[in-house]
Design a protein. Structure first.
Length: 99
C-alpha cells in the first residue's frame, strides 16, 4: 500500500514520510517473522509434556544462560574500568614526568 502511495502524484509531498513508514513496516515484519519462527520451534513443547527432570534441566539451562549474560556484562564493565584506570595512571605519570 505504501509503495502505491509513494508512486501517486497526490502523495509527492509525503515521499520522505512514506519512505520512513516503509522502513518501519519492514522492520516490524522482520521482527514478527522472527517471533513466529521462535514459536514454531520452541525449546519446550508445552507444560503438560514436561517431566520433572526436563523441567529442572530446562530451568538449569535458563539459569546458566542468565549467569553467562551477567558474567559477560561484568567482564565488559571490568575491562572498561581497567582501561580507564590505566589511561589515568599513564596520564598521571606523564604529568609527573613533565614537571
Amino acid at each position: 500500500m505504501l509503495c502505491l502511495c509513494e508512486r501517486l502524484p497526490r502523495f509527492n509531498d509525503f515521499r520522505a514520510e512514506i519512505s520512513n513508514l516503509k522502513l518501519c513496516a519492514e522492520s516490524v515484519s522482520k521482527q514478527l517473522n522472527g517471533w513466529i519462527e521462535s514459536l514454531k520451534n520452541p525449546d519446550i513443547k508445552g507444560a503438560k509434556f514436561l517431566t520433572e527432570k526436563e523441567r529442572v534441566s530446562y530451568q538449569r539451562k535458563k539459569d546458566l544462560e542468565e549467569f553467562d549474560a551477567e558474567m559477560k556484562q561484568f567482564r565488559q564493565e571490568l575491562t572498561e574500568r581497567l582501561i580507564r584506570e590505566e589511561a589515568e595512571r599513564t596520564q598521571a605519570q606523564n604529568e609527573n614526568s613533565a614537571r
